[in-house]
Ligand binder design. Structure first.
Ligand SMILES: *[C@@H]1O[C@H](CO)[C@@H](O)[C@H](O)[C@H]1NC(C)=O
Ligand SMILES: *[C@@H]1O[C@H](CO)[C@@H](O)[C@H](O)[C@H]1NC(C)=O
Ligand SMILES: *[C@@H]1O[C@H](CO)[C@@H](O)[C@H](O)[C@H]1NC(C)=O
Ligand SMILES: *[C@@H]1O[C@H](CO)[C@@H](O)[C@H](O)[C@H]1NC(C)=O
Ligand SMILES: *[C@@H]1O[C@H](CO)[C@@H](O)[C@H](O)[C@H]1NC(C)=O
Ligand SMILES: *[C@@H]1O[C@H](CO)[C@@H](O)[C@H](O)[C@H]1NC(C)=O
Ligand SMILES: *[C@@H]1O[C@H](CO)[C@@H](O)[C@H](O)[C@H]1NC(C)=O
Ligand SMILES: *[C@@H]1O[C@H](CO)[C@@H](O)[C@H](O)[C@H]1NC(C)=O
Ligand SMILES: *[C@@H]1O[C@H](CO)[C@@H](O)[C@H](O)[C@H]1NC(C)=O
Ligand SMILES: *[C@@H]1O[C@H](CO)[C@@H](O)[C@H](O)[C@H]1NC(C)=O
Ligand SMILES: *[C@@H]1O[C@H](CO)[C@@H](O)[C@H](O)[C@H]1NC(C)=O
Length: 582
């Protein structure tokens, strides 16, 4: 009896000791962590005069540390300190130490509690092997999400661990994983993993076999060094896959037929590889949820199918920089992808005319058909695409006029039609396209005056009318364009002098108005006397650099420089082009 009472009281003591030590324990652990830092004062408010729940980064629930989030503070902690003092916090559910200069190896078994669900230690200098990642996940029994992106994982691989227990998300992007064996091994441990990101490593060899793909929804293997053909059967079990990104590798051959089984796909990117042959996905694959299909920068050839019947949700179709030929099927927007917002067909060998029926893709925002062999006129029906922002069709054989119906395109930002055979005048209606930012009509046979209203386009940054037959004088109003950064009117039939009013805005350029994030190429004259231009300048999105050689005019140019991203053209450019012979 006495023994029993004593045992009960002892048990009570133990319980209250644990309750107290849990509360005291959290502060002690945090202070110990702070004291383990090379510069403890980084966390100056982590001190005992301050309430723990007020500490920087700490969120409490019921008086216990529930989450800790520190971003962008160079704590310089070793991972062993995290493991010794932070992971044991009894109620910690989420821990984020993003970009905090964590160092050391993740290989020591961690002191994880049952509670921890999310661990984000991205953007640090942690080292370890892929199997250490799996052990870390295994030592945290409730962990669902582990983010080790932007570290130095990828050291020698060993051990025979069980599968990942409960982990749902694993982000190992931007590390130093190189060995195909590591990935092959990881792919046999996936367990219930839903989201796996291995992008931007240096993984070599062939596409690894996925042992059990049933749970996987998001797989990113992009920007690695994977090569050769994808073995049949690789994806046949990936029935739940919604995101697959294999872009920026060295895959060859055709796309694996079993990708067709992945009917849940929403995003499929195979761009920047060396895939070849025809594109089966377009003609006979049912992916009713597919929104983005990116096959750009490959060697796909053949024609587009007459009907694309089963991609009814497609919003972005990117086929640029391939070897596709034949007509653009008139049925493209009828059967049955009227959801299409972006259509990129530039840098191929498409022939025939631009189908009227593109106007049935009423949601279209971007249309790029540049560097093809298209002929005929620009359909006036395109004027009904009220959301269109980009109408880009340089280097084709288009003839006829610029349709006046384009004046209905109130959202139009980029109108780029250089190197065609367009005739007639610039329609006055375009004055209503007040969002225009880049107008480039070089090397056509356009006539008439340079419209005065161009000066009223507040957002205009680039105006290139080079090498046409424009007549009259340079309108004074051009000097009113607040954002005009680049003006090329050379090689026309303009008369009169250069109006000083053109320089009205100089030094006042509104930087926000300048073209945002589009690539352009700068071409420099080879001193060929038959080509008048010292330098010209061309929109250049989604074109393979050597394919510039396909432009007949290229013989005029000695060098081209590809300039990416945000342009910062400023006044000196404007002045330089004012010196051109007009
Ligand atoms: C403790 O934190 C408080 C609140 O941030 C701060 O005012 C105080 O200076 C700190 N004390 C020490 C000794 O760092
Ligand atoms: C885990 O906790 C134990 C006891 O508190 C400690 O001895 C050990 O060093 C800790 N392990 C790590 C990796 O910090
Ligand atoms: C933290 O890491 C960044 C990037 O690795 C480095 O540039 C910086 O110098 C480091 N800061 C400290 C205080 O160690
Ligand atoms: C992991 O962290 C990186 C860097 O903060 C972030 O970009 C990425 O979205 C995170 N991954 C996941 C799966 O949340
Ligand atoms: C694949 O994993 C799922 C759980 O994600 C499991 O139910 C199924 O039995 C596994 N299949 C095989 C063949 O191991
Ligand atoms: C696919 O991966 C590439 C390279 O990592 C990336 O640039 C691209 O945005 C990804 N595509 C999609 C649709 O997420
Ligand atoms: C792509 O594959 C073709 C054969 O299909 C080959 O001729 C070409 O050299 C490859 N290109 C690259 C960049 O690997
Ligand atoms: C398409 O490419 C494949 C493989 O590169 C080649 O065998 C085939 O002849 C090409 N077809 C056409 C029509 O060019
Ligand atoms: C096109 O889509 C509409 C609605 O999404 C549907 O009613 C129609 O049957 C489809 N037509 C064809 C030819 O698939
Ligand atoms: C748009 O599609 C409808 C059928 O959905 C068709 O009757 C019409 O002719 C098409 N418009 C054009 C310009 O092709
Ligand atoms: C000027 O335009 C004509 C077509 O109008 C074209 O043949 C010629 O190549 C162009 N010259 C330059 C240098 O762009």
């Amino acid at each position: 009896m006495v023994t029993l009472t004593r045992a009960v009281s002892c048990l009570l003591n133990i319980i209250s000791f644990f309750a107290l030590s849990a509360i005291a324990g959290d502060v002690d652990l945090l202070i110990s962590f702070k004291n383990s830092l090379p510069y403890p004062n980084m966390l100056s408010d982590w001190n005992r005069t301050n309430a723990m729940c007020q500490f920087q980064g700490v969120t409490c629930k019921g008086g216990h540390v529930f989450s800790l989030t520190i971003r962008g503070l160079p704590l310089g902690a070793d991972f062993s300190s995290v493991s010794a003092y932070i992971l044991p916090l009894a109620n910690l559910e989420t821990l984020t130490l993003h970009s905090t200069n964590l160092t050391g190896s993740i290989s020591e078994p961690a002191n994880c509690t049952e509670q921890l669900k999310e661990l984000d230690v991205s953007s640090n200098d942690l080292i370890g092997s892929v199997s250490d990642v799996v052990s870390l996940a295994n030592s945290c029994p409730s962990l669902q999400s582990l983010n080790l992106s932007e570290n130095s994982i990828g050291q020698a691989f060993y051990s025979s661990l069980p599968v990942l227990p409960r982990l749902k998300k694993l982000d190992l992007s931007n590390n130093n994983i190189t060995k195909n064996g590591d990935i092959q091994w990881l792919f046999s441990k996936l367990g219930l993993l839903i989201h796996l990101d291995l992008s931007n490593n240096n993984i070599q060899g062939t596409m690894p076999h996925i042992t059990n793909c049933t749970s996987l929804k998001h797989l990113d293997l992009s920007a690695n060094q994977l090569s050769s053909t994808i073995p049949a059967g690789t994806f046949s079990e990936c029935l739940n896959l919604t995101y697959l990104n294999l872009s920026a590798n060295h895959f060859t051959g055709n796309t694996p037929a079993d990708i067709e089984a992945c009917s849940a796909l929403v995003t499929l990117s195979l761009s920047n590889n060396n895939f070849s042959g025809e594109i089966p996905i377009l003609s006979h694959v049912a992916m009713p949820g597919l929104r983005l299909l990116d096959l750009a920068f490959n060697n796909f050839n053949g024609t587009l199918p007459k009907f694309i019947p089963n991609l009814t949700s497609l919003e972005i179709l990117d086929l640029n920089a391939n070897q596709l030929f034949g007509p653009i099927p008139p049925s493209l927007c009828t059967y049955n992808i009227s959801s299409l917002k972006e259509l990129y067909l530039q840098d191929n060998y498409f022939t025939g005319s631009i189908p009227d029926s593109l106007s049935n893709c009423t949601n279209l925002v971007s249309l790029d058909l540049s560097l093809n062999l298209l002929s005929g006129t620009i359909p006036s029906s395109l004027g009904s695409l009220s959301n269109l922002k980009d109408l880009i069709m340089w280097q084709n054989n288009l003839n006829g006029g610029i349709p006046s119906e384009l004046s209905y395109l109130r959202s139009l930002r980029n109108l780029i039609l250089d190197y065609n055979n367009l005739t007639g005048i610039i329609p006055d209606g375009l004055a209503s396209c007040t969002s225009l930012n880049w107008i480039s009509l070089a090397s056509n046979q356009l006539t008439g005056p340079i419209p005065i209203w161009i000066g009223k386009l507040e957002k205009l940054a680039i105006l290139v009318l080079r090498n046409n037959s424009f007549t009259g004088s340079i309108p004074l109003g051009l000097g009113d364009c607040k954002g005009l950064a680049y003006l090329d009117l050379s090689s026309n039939r303009l008369i009169g002098s250069i109006p000083p009013a053109l320089a009205k805005q100089s030094g006042k350029l509104v930087v926000d108005n300048v073209v945002n994030g589009r690539n352009y190429v700068s071409l420099t004259n080879s001193k060929n006397t038959q080509c008048h231009h010292t330098e010209s300048f061309l929109e250049f999105n989604g074109i393979r650099y050597p394919d510039l050689m396909r432009m007949p005019v290229i013989t005029c140019y000695l060098c081209f420089t590809l300039i990416c991203h945000t342009m910062s053209l400023t006044a000196p450019y404007l002045l330089r082009f004012l010196q051109c012979k007009v």
